[in-house]
Write a protein that binds this ligand. Structure first.
Ligand SMILES: [Zn+2]
Ligand SMILES: [Zn+2]
Length: 63
């Protein structure tokens, strides 16, 4: 049966490419959110590395 469900949010995918669609969904919806970048000087964190580097620069004067 061509069916696959996301283990994070139970969203279901049907059809020939359900596995590929599910993998892309997981990568885009869940994995990036889990991968957090943390400030090296305080407990500030963001999913985007750029935001943390920008924070380090503005808040802590780090180059
Ligand atoms: Zn999901
Ligand atoms: Zn900080």
């Amino acid at each position: 049966m061509n069916r696959a469900a996301c283990t994070f949010c139970q969203k279901e995918f049907n059809g020939t490419y359900c596995r590929g669609n599910l993998q892309r969904h997981m990568r885009e919806e869940h994995l990036q959110a889990q991968e957090k970048h943390c400030c090296r000087f305080c407990d500030h964190s963001s999913a985007r590395k750029h935001n943390v580097r920008d924070h380090e620069k503005r808040k802590h004067g780090y180059p």
